[in-house]
Design a protein around this ligand. Sequence first.
Ligand SMILES: [Zn+2]
Length: 91
Amino acid sequence: MIRLILLLILIFLVLWAAKGLLQDLKSLLGGRKEEEEEERITPLSDELVKDPVCGVYCPKGSSYKLKYKDRVFYFCSPQCREKFLKEQVSS
Ligand SMILES: [Zn+2]
């Protein structure tokens, strides 16, 4: 009778081990789950800034920056930046 109990325990252990193995295999196979899309955090550089020359709003990240008299200006193009500089110089 004890032998039967031991056998049952053995079977249980084997089944338990097999189950664990299967789960390992499953997680291994399912491990290549598509990577979660990175949360699109709006970077600060996407902030819209106004071009003081032509009045166009453009994203800070792709705008042309100019520091003038301790102020930072953003322009849509280098042409606008130059125009602004010229105006500042002439005035
Ligand atoms: Zn402009």
